[in-house]
Design a protein around this ligand. Structure first.
Ligand code: SAH
Ligand code: AVI
Length: 335
């Protein structure tokens, strides 16, 4: 069987560089200072994230994999889709459980296991995307694999259609890295692009004790701290900035009112940073924080309300044995 990988780059270097300039100029001059979490994921950041997923404290990946290992055939059977689309696909590791179930279901229906079956991965991280697509195409020979390097907040229009139905998966709890306004826009945008035969599979982390949540974002081995600090290297490499890791401490706090974890970088002393590419010098007072990520945690009712408001109907709900993480399936509602 031929190995078929197609790659579409909708984030050419000049486009990504312009986005980074804009986000840094806006975020580092606002109060409090903020950066969008998508800038974590250069090659090093994507590798650090993969290390996070293996940490004893970071339960979401294991919990979601547990659900998929038990339920992927049931989830896939509930959709009948031919194409699996994944947003923010990263290493596409857990995806294998869905792909195996999807292709097995086709065979059970008497169709060729791979005839017309397709996987489309969309991610901003070009390195992670290329590696994941190549590995999948080799291991699932005959599956048509397409990598789309694009931003799921603004470029969902780049996704290919399939009249026989697409299952759009958004795994890992990445939805929690969007704030409520961004989530509402994302859900509405996605809903507007789905046909009646398409389905949406959402992985969302659930509210639980801060005794479990905080260590998941501040692990003993310091891998999450390195992941957080890496965004400073992204600014140094992309904008010629002179951030020093030692000037900033990794901080993870549970915001009980918003039910989200915030990751921040806290200045250890007064710090002046130059960003020549955007002609900016930024001053941090000692103790001042740069918010680098929110990671919202969800309740079933809240998710149903958000997705319902965007035009989705519930089609399935699964959690791991300890009730830590959810996978939910959504159909486009009649509009
Ligand atoms: N889904 C994988 C990876 C999660 S890490 C898992 O469950 O393990 C989050 C992934 O989303 C990273 O690969 C990152 O590059 C990607 N990502 C973050 N923001 C994005 C955006 N705005 N558009 C597209 N991809 C994004
Ligand atoms: C990708 N995303 C769901 C991760 C999360 O848990 O919010 C990113 C991460 N940040 C710190 N650790 C992992």
């Amino acid at each position: 069987m031929p190995v078929t990988v197609t790659f579409h780059d909708h984030l050419p270097p000049h486009h990504a560089a312009e986005q980074l300039r804009r986000d840094a100029a806006a975020g580092l001059t606002s109060r409090p200072k903020v950066l969008p979490p998508k800038w974590f994921y250069d090659k090093t950041g994507s590798e650090l994230f993969e290390r996070i997923t293996t940490l004893p404290e970071y339960y979401p990946t294991r919990a979601e994999r547990e659900i998929l290992a038990e339920r992927a055939p049931e989830i896939v059977a509930a959709t009948g889709c031919r194409t699996l689309v994944e947003l923010g696909s990263g290493s596409s590791e857990k995806t294998r459980l869905l792909l195996t179930a999807l292709t097995a279901a086709r065979e059970d229906r008497g169709e060729g296991r791979y005839d017309g079956a397709a996987y489309v991965a969309l991610d901003v991280s070009e390195d992670a995307l290329r590696d994941a697509c190549q590995a999948l195409a080799e291991d699932y020979s005959g599956l048509v694999v397409t990598g789309v390097c694009a931003d799921f907040e603004t470029q969902l229009g780049t996704l290919p259609e399939d009249p026989e139905g697409r299952l759009v998966a958004f795994l890992g709890g990445t939805i929690g890295n969007l704030d409520p306004g961004q989530r509402a826009r994302f859900f509405r945008d996605l809903r507007g692009r789905l046909g009646a035969g398409d389905r949406f599979l959402l992985g969302a982390d659930l509210v639980k004790s801060p005794d479990v949540l905080v260590p998941a974002y501040d692990d003993a081995a310091g891998v999450t701290a390195a992941f957080n600090h890496n965004v400073l290297d992204v600014l140094n490499n992309g904008l010629g900035a002179d951030f020093r890791h030692d000037d900033f401490e990794h901080v993870a706090v549970w915001d009980a009112a918003n039910e989200w974890i915030e990751m921040r970088l806290r200045a250890q002393r007064d710090v002046l940073v130059g960003l020549p590419a955007i002609d900016l010098v930024v001053a941090f007072d000692a103790g001042e924080e740069l918010r680098t990520e929110i990671s919202a945690k969800f309740r079933r009712d809240g998710l149903a309300a958000e997705l319902g408001a965007a035009g989705f109907s519930p089609a399935g709900w699964w959690t791991d044995g300890e009730g830590r993480f959810s996978l939910s399936l959504w159909s486009p509602a009649e509009m």
